[in-house]
Design a protein around this ligand. Sequence first.
Ligand code: FEO
Length: 401
Amino acid sequence: MVKIMTNYALPELANNVHWVGVKDWNRRLFDALIPLPKGTSYNAYLVQGTKKVALIDSVNPGFEKELESKIKELTDIGDIHYIIMNHAEPDHAASIKHFMELAPDSILVTSEKGAKMADIYFDVPADRVQVVEEGDTLDLGGKTLRFIKAPWLHWPETMFTFLEEDRILFSCDFFGAHTAFGFYDDDDNVGELLYLAKSYFGEIMMPFRKMGQKGLEKAKELDPLLIAPSHGPMYRNPGKIFDVYEKWTAGETKEKVIVLYVTMWNSTEVMVKTIVETLLSENIEVCMYDLTTADLGDIARDLVDSRGIVVGTPTVLNGMHPLAIYAANLFKALRPPTKYAVALSSYGWGGGALKQLQETLEPTKIEIVGALAVNGPSQENDLNTVKELGRDLAAKIKSDK
Ligand code: FEO
């Protein structure tokens, strides 16, 4: 069911339901923070009933004309009656104003909090907004849109839209992945989609795992045939993404340790490598990242299911190295399910890094199994202590299923 156009194929998800989004192949950073090695997509969808037409979400600023031209392949822009705003973040909602001007009779449909954000962010007047509550429906003529509250996935106003007749779930950010490749999860060019989806989950959804569990339950109850998120490919096999979200939202961890470190004169690195080898000898899975070159997406992905963390930092001016400060604050913000930590540090003429690290991690409630600061290069007795810490961490991890 693919409509072939002159120079582009618009996927038809079901009869009169089309993907009209755009692919941002060259974007390499999101939120001035998240690396996008494979670009991303901003998925918008057009649902054409016998009576009315709805546009579900829009696109990032700068792509309005591309979205416009795709809609025009299917209908006149002025025919749009409803613009559904599942989420107010500008990558999906900033173009809404443009389309509301082109379709002067159109109404913005969103949650109560979404309506406030539409006013603040996009200057949409209240008389052009229809607020929907849990379970409300819109009849487009043979196409019924049902709205489901899904707060904090990814902002407080977020909601899902479900197309009842075709059982398509438009989940916006939830179930997304940052990649411009492919339209469907089983397309040949998609590659390791769940790998990308896991990074995305770690970066975007992990801080809201509890709300994610609720959103997942609601999504499963709908029993969709297709999941159509607003970033990355659509899932023709919803069970594929449901199964991994079940684990990720529950905070299910593995016997695995993520190691984040930075070293200046190799002293910290020697300590870190010693604990890594100890953990490996205890059959603990280890992923190790030098913070001078590490990709935040890789770190976020491995935080999703790591039960332990080792942070290694030299002391810089009586505190942590700035890259370690960044990593510790990121850890705090992303709220991973990681339970146990070991802190390692070296210093030249004055300590202070471990104290700062412990203070930074204190609100996370993570159990610090042990910490060691060494003056200068580690001696044999220091490395023996590091090995003991490694064994202690491994024991904690193994005893916590
Ligand atoms: Fe894709 Fe939270 O915006």
